[in-house]
Design a protein around this ligand. Sequence first.
Ligand SMILES: Nc1ncnc2c1ncn2[C@@H]1O[C@H](COP(=O)(O)OP(=O)(O)O)[C@@H](O)[C@H]1O
Ligand SMILES: [Mg+2]
Length: 309
Amino acid sequence: MKLGIVSLGGKSSKAVAKAAKKYFDQVDLLDIRQFEVNLANSGPSVLYNQKSLPKYDCLYIRGSTKYSLIQYAITSVLQQSTYIPFQPRTFLLGHDKFLTLLELQKNKISIPKTYYVATKEIAKKTLDKAVRYPVIIKVPDGTHGKGVLIADSTKSAKTIVDMLEVFKKPYIIQEFVKTRKTTDIRAIVVGDKVIAAYQRKAAKGEIRANTHSGGTRKPHMLTPEQEKLAIKSARAIKADICGVDILNTRRPSVIEVNLSPSVHAGINEVTGVKISREIAKYLYQQTAQVYKVESQGAFKNVLDWILKK
Ligand SMILES: Nc1ncnc2c1ncn2[C@@H]1O[C@H](COP(=O)(O)OP(=O)(O)O)[C@@H](O)[C@H]1O
Ligand SMILES: [Mg+2]
């Protein structure tokens, strides 16, 4: 069986590719920037490096928010014939923090109180009336903590809102959830299990616990409630593989679901779990199952044809 890992070629994708060589006959690292999707009356097709994409039994699609629409398109075209651990719309939801929360809320998953606004006028009214300070303001498609801001007062929140007006895009105003020692929890979900989890602690003077913002990682044992929350979140946006960010308070809440979680050696070291291997094994098992059903289908067709003769 053949696996393609579609990504920007980062450490985590390489780690999964390496681990997957134990399971799949062929593993290719495919650059998401080289993909195109063509439509014609005869049907859609996916191209890679300007040539028709060869048949893969499994495609593990990763990559940043910039590629969410092409990820959607590739999955839409190929999901009938290839095991892909996401639904097409998972990419639209997962790369937009507000759409993720909307879906989580529909599934009765606890989230921080969140406002989604498109103009500074509405934002300022919300900041005057609705919120307590400090308050979080974030862009829906930020990553690595880069799009997350905190305002201690209405005055500073309003200057942020004035600045965000430049981008002419809706953004999020969110309740600041105070956690012990300014931490968050990352749970890695694979299939219907959390295979590893760790805590991130924000650097001194920082509220963002992301490692890119100076946060430090340490192992974490999930409570049954946190575990349930993570699994339910993955299911809600139909991701078979993802990282769920949880703010741990008396009532833990989910802030985002990451479709390309870090799963390189550093994370294995912290959690004591060979995460990339677990992902590779899961991809193989799922693909084998689809393959079996498909080939049984093909076998049945041949059988039907023989019986009809
Ligand atoms: N509502 C919030 N209350 C408290 N801290 C938050 C809140 N939202 C985000 N943070 C902090 O900021 C970090 C980054 O936020 P997140 O929404 O996960 O965006 P990113 O995609 O940049 O990781 C979180 O890991 C957490 O430490
Ligand atoms: Mg995050």
